[in-house]
Design a binder for this molecule. Structure first.
Ligand code: F6R
Length: 246
């Protein structure tokens, strides 16, 4: 596990974007695993800038996003489809037919999860998976649990997630109760993983996940067992790691 220290959010975004653009330049037909949330927005901004300058070209890439709310259509402004279109896909040249996210409008969970895993396999697996991490160590929608999850599956959102998300919806009743997410095994099968973490509120979980025991109680801790992981974290996120990080 390589820990890359960044000064702040912008520096973290630039360093992670560097790794992703190098991946795409060296292997133009890369299969990229992508994330939503606030952590990767700066990375997408940076990649868009380099794309506009002609320094990186996504025309041969295939992408698979980590997750999507079950029950939201792609055009819903809180769907991850919508987020990705607004923050990345609508501004670079990944071919539409090679953009993949779980289909939130497909209510047959088993069918949708199988379809997604089959599509990832058919694409040859993920070359580089980008991740953020939740305050409790979750990756994708894989929350702390007794066991590590395997393939893509449907999860019930916790009350705290529903509570936190309700401000984005007309009422609490409109907040999706479930989501489709890649499993921990799906993530671990990626050949390379880049996880970005920023901010003091993540400092405690950074220490637990990357320097504590490997446990499904802190899902991101399993990344310690992957052979090619880069943790790109800013000073604030590393502030409780002391001498553990050079
Ligand atoms: C996003 C995802 C989540 C986020 C995590 C951190 O697709 O799967 O696991 O990466 O919740 O979110 P932010 O970056 O908003 O702190």
């Amino acid at each position: 596990m390589k820990i890359i220290r960044a000064k702040d959010y912008n520096d973290m975004s630039r360093k992670a974007a560097n790794i992703i653009s190098a991946q795409v330049i060296l292997k133009p037909d890369s299969v990229l695993g992508l994330a939503t949330g606030s952590s990767p927005i700066g990375i997408y901004e940076q990649l868009i800038k380099w794309y506009n300058k002609g320094d990186v070209d996504f025309g041969a890439c295939t992408t698979f996003n980590l997750d999507e709310y079950r029950g939201l259509t792609a055009d819903h402004d809180q769907s991850y489809h919508y987020f990705m279109h607004k923050n990345f896909f609508g501004r670079v040249n990944v071919p539409k037919e090679r953009i993949n996210l779980p289909d939130g409008a497909q209510m047959d969970a088993e069918k949708e999860c199988q379809r997604y895993d089959t599509a990832i396999r058919a694409a040859g697996g993920i070359d580089l998976q980008l991740l953020g991490m939740g305050l409790n160590g979750h990756i994708g929608f894989n929350e702390p649990a007794e066991y590590f999850s395997k393939g893509t599956h449907c999860v019930d959102l916790t009350e705290s997630t529903i509570e936190a998300n309700k401000r984005f919806f007309a009422s609490a009743d409109d907040v999706p109760r479930q989501a489709y997410t890649m499993g921990v095994q799906t993530i671990m099968l990626a050949r390379r993983i880049v996880i970005v973490v920023s901010g003091e509120n993540k400092a405690e979980v950074v220490r637990e996940a990357f320097f504590g025991p490997v446990t499904p109680r802190v899902p991101a801790s399993i990344l310690q067992l992957h052979t090619d992981v880069s943790v790109v974290a800013d000073e604030a996120a590393l502030s409780l790691c002391g001498d553990l990080v050079p």
